[in-house]
Design a protein around this ligand. Structure first.
Ligand code: EPU
Length: 435
């Protein structure tokens, strides 16, 4: 099992490009199931989750070929409709094949995703939306079995107790693209990954308007065709890198940066004393070059995670690591996954002073972090531990980095390109961690 050894203290400087978005790439790959032609996707990040999606697509009758960050997907056997537990249990996002499979093949059998380290993650809204489109849905042996002759457009309210659902919106919007008639999704997720998917589907021949707002309208079409689509930059990777640079008091240029998809984060960072400035005002603000600098002393801030355009839950942990360095107390409230705090006890092992009460954590900043062996428990929490290691006194070893590898393409190599001192090594299950 791989681990990372981080030698703290380096100041990050230089230039780095932000990768394509995992959370945009996964539903885009699933949507390829609905094309009667060839789907060519560019800037797919080479991550373990993407590898799992390739495995799944191959199992359900697609030919997937790839070269570097490009991949081509074509349906070769439309009789395969079963997404088995063996794959779904490795990646919850497998659920995003449900809507496309059902719409394209009239039937889908997808293993029900289980719990997850960051909390309960039900899929009831996905099912509610597909039922509203006329699907018959049953559960059998842990699988969701959805069938329909042809889906029929309707008006669907897709909000839940925690607001909108990103992959639920992706599933229902994709399925409605091939339904008969007009669908309106109210309380749709507004995340850029949903807008990216709508852009891709429209380029395949779909008729979707309003993506990026809470009301999406879809005029169903008979079929979808070829597309050549470049995945949007990863806003979570972009935010992570900007925060890492700032924590080390660095000065770096980040390219392919989705500036305008991160406004809530950039607002909080600015108050904290971290400046992310566009270099060329002529560039597309969702794919541009920025310079990251910061004030000598960071200031505390309050933030609450919310659906887009609010502060994303997927950057909550990394921002908490940054605020351990601020001059004063910050307050963090998690409103999407109230238990997404596996990083709190590990940051505490590194000397952070954190007080949790339910979905809120008070970060008492100003102390010095110290290197320690720590255990990654989930994807974004692992990134926070690596970032803490960058500024900790001495060495930090982050174990179980397979979590990190699900969402960051060799994060240690990217940070080393900016001057960090991180080594990846293999840690036997029973090896003691020596510092
Ligand atoms: N929810 C329901 N019912 C549902 C679906 C969701 O109650 O049927 C609740 C969830 O429990 C949660 C909230 O609604 O409290 C939002 O969940 P959502 O469905 O939006 O999450 P998701 O679509 O499963 C995606 C990302 C997550 C990210 C969330 C929120 C992908 C592959 N995953 O998950 O990303 O945290 O949106 O923005 O796109 C990550 O990349 O680290 C990650 C966990």
């Amino acid at each position: 099992m791989d681990a990372l050894r981080i030698h703290g203290g380096a100041r990050l400087t230089g230039t780095l490009a932000v990768d394509g978005s995992k959370n945009a790439a996964l539903p885009a790959m699933a949507a390829a199931l609905m094309s009667s032609g060839t789907v060519h996707l560019r800037d797919i990040p080479t991550l373990s989750d993407i590898g799992n999606m390739v495995k799944l697509l191959r199992e359900i009758g697609c030919e997937v070929t790839g070269h570097g960050r490009d991949c081509t997907i074509r349906t070769t056997d439309p009789t395969q409709t079963h997404a088995r537990y063996e794959i779904v249990r490795t990646m919850r996002a497998s659920i995003c094949v449900l809507g496309p499979l059902l719409a394209a093949r009239g039937e889908a059998r997808v293993s029900m995703p289980g719990g997850c380290a960051i909390g309960d993650r039900p899929v009831d809204l996905h099912l509610r939306g597909l039922r509203a489109l006329g699907a018959n849905i049953e559960l059998d042996g842990g699988d969701i079995i959805a069938t329909a002759d042809r889906l029929k457009g309707t008006t669907i309210f897709l909000g839940g107790p925690f607001g909108s659902t990103v992959l639920g919106t992706a599933n229902v919007m994709s399925a409605a693209a091939l339904a008969e008639g007009r669908t309106v999704i109210e309380s749709a997720a507004c995340e850029p990954e949903v807008t990216g998917l709508a852009d891709m589907l429209n380029a395949m021949g779909a008729r979707i308007t309003g993506a990026g707002t809470p009301r999406i309208e879809i005029e169903g079409v008979e079929s979808l065709g070829d597309v050549d689509y470049t995945v949007i930059p990863d806003r979570i990777v972009a935010g992570t890198l900007a925060m890492a640079v700032a924590m080390t008091n660095g000065d770096a240029i980040l390219t392919n940066f989705p500036h305008d998809n991160l406004l809530a984060v950039l607002d909080r960072l600015d108050i904290a004393g971290v400046h992310v400035d566009r270099v060329d005002p002529e560039e597309d603000p969702r794919r541009c070059t920025v310079r990251v600098t910061c004030d000598r002393r960071l200031q505390p801030v309050l933030y609450t995670t919310q659906p887009y355009p609010g502060f994303p839950t997927d950057l909550q942990a990394q921002m908490m690591a940054l605020l351990c360095l601020a001059d004063g107390n910050s307050i963090v409230t998690e409103r999407i996954y109230p238990d997404r705090f596996l990083h709190v006890s590990e940051l505490t092992r590194m000397g952070a002073t954190l007080f949790r009460s339910g979905p809120t954590v008070v970060v008492q900043g100003g102390g010095q972090l110290v290197g320690a062996p720590v255990m990654a428990g989930d994807l974004r929490g692992s990134a926070a531990l690596v970032m803490a290691g960058l500024v900790a006194k001495g060495e930090t070893v982050v174990q179980r980095v397979y979590h990190l590898d699900r969402g960051y393409v060799r994060l240690e190599e990217q940070l080393n390109q900016l001057g960090a001192g991180i080594e990846r090594f293999e840690l036997g299950v029973s090896d003691p961690v020596t510092l």
